[in-house]
Structures are given as C-alpha cells and as structure tokens.
Design a protein around this ligand. Sequence first.
Ligand SMILES: Nc1ncnc2c1ncn2[C@@H]1O[C@H](COP(=O)(O)OP(=O)(O)OP(=O)(O)O)[C@@H](O)[C@H]1O
Ligand SMILES: [Mg+2]
Length: 264
Amino acid sequence: MLTILVINSKGGSGKTTLTTNLASYYASRKLKTALMDYDPQGSSMQWLRARPDRMEKIHGANAAPPKGATIQRSSQVWIPADTEVMIIDAPAGVKGLLLQELVRRTNFIVIPVAPSPIDIRSTADFVKELFLFGGARASKAKIAVVANRVRSSSSSVYASLERFLNSLKLPFLTNIRDSEVYLDAAEKGLGVFEMDEAATAPERSELLPILQWVDGHYMATDKRARVTPATENSTAPNSYGSRIEDKVMNLEAFRATGRFNKQS
Ligand SMILES: Nc1ncnc2c1ncn2[C@@H]1O[C@H](COP(=O)(O)OP(=O)(O)OP(=O)(O)O)[C@@H](O)[C@H]1O
Ligand SMILES: [Mg+2]
C-alpha cells in the first residue's frame, strides 16, 4: 500500500489542504483511497463529509487519540483491506511516540511549510526532531518539503530553509501558491484535480511535482497510481548521508552563522 504522511508540527502550514488534494487525486485515478485523520480538530473528516456523493469514494478513518491519550494504536484504526493508497493528515504539535508511530507506518513524508520566518525556523526544528527522535533515519520513508501559500514576494524567504534541506539531501519539491481555488475545493469536499481543468491549471501543475516524486520512488504494481514512468526503485533505508545526526545538529551552527535568518 502506498502511504503518504503529510506532517509538520507547525500549525496551519497546509497539512489538511495537501492531504485532501492528494487523497482526491488518487481517488480520481480510481485507486482505493483512505484518508486517516490524526488531528483531533478533524478537518480532513469535515472535508470528507462535505464531499459530494457523485465523486469517487474515499474511506475516512478517524485516528485522533481519545482525550487524555497520547497515542492511538494503528491496530485500532480500521481501514478496508483492499486500500491501495492511504493519506495521513497529522496534527499540529506532533512529537514523541505519535511521531514515531506515524513515521513507522509511512512510505512517503511530505512536509508543507508556509512562507514566514517563524514557520521556516520551526520547520527546520521539526525536521531535526523527525531524524533525531522520530525514527526517520532508520525508516525507509522518503521525505520531501513543499512550500505552501507562496506569494510572488515570498519565494526568497525559503532560501535559508533550502540550504538547510540541501545539506540533508532532502528535496524541496514545489511552490504551492496562495490561491482561492484551494479554499473553494476545501469547502466543496473536492480536490483541484476534480475541478474544472482550465480553472485549476496552475494548481494542478504545482502539485504535479509531488505526484511525480512519489511515482519515481514507488514501484506500484498497479500502474494506475502512476502519472509518469518510474525512475528509481529504492528500498534501502534512508541514505541522506551517513552522518545525518551530525548534519542535523549542524543546524545550530548553521544558524549561528546568521545565514539561516537571512531572508534573501
Ligand atoms: N495554498 C493555499 N492557498 C490558500 N489557502 C490555503 C492554502 N493552504 C492552506 N490554506 C488555508 O490555510 C488554512 C490552514 O491550512 P490547513 O488547514 O491546510 O493547515 P494545517 O497544517 O492542516 O493546519 P492545522 O495545523 O491546524 O491542522 C486553511 O484555512 C486553508 O484553507
Ligand atoms: Mg490540519
């Protein structure tokens, strides 16, 4: 099963927006798709409830921990046995055991980040947490970052984060613009790939690099999952450099140079 975890401990970075658009894309490709919502706010589940009956079905699984609990065991969250694609919406502030649980059950991790210095700094901290305590190093999951809510003026804000990600050999896949189309889609229970093609062309093309990245790494037995031919079949544990801890710890040194805070 193809499993994509959309995660960032920073709130409001675009996790639910990306989750719902990815889920609806795969469903529209006629793959049996499940959406697992780990967020007690239940935004993905709300989106699913707004979804029109005529659209391809997506199975919704509420995986939010019950009040007072810190973790929901995966065995308690039922998804149909024939599920081909599962997209997981993580809650804000995720860490510790829940973070490890999420990383363990995932093939791909996508981290959306909003274009503010605060968001960018906390995302770098989150990436560090992911490797040092989340089990990302031992995991086979592929990890990438996407910029979200980008305006024409904001692309340079990401330069420092891009340098940090480069040092970890993590790809920065795409810039997702700040667009009313995403708000419209969220309200209607749709994804941009299910809406009028001409009206959503920019949004489709900016999400495409994520789908191609997944394609390139995921050797699906079912070719319907693909949007492009496979380019790689990697089953090795993460190889983001043999001394990943050193590199992650270098974040502090990197900041000390002042380059991390520079917004040009
Ligand atoms: N690219 C975008 N263009 C326009 N609006 C966006 C975009 N991405 C997200 N939004 C809006 O920003 C708000 C926060 O996005 P979203 O709910 O996806 O973030 P989140 O990371 O899931 O938040 P939380 O941490 O609270 O779960 C929502 O109102 C959403 O509709
Ligand atoms: Mg959310």
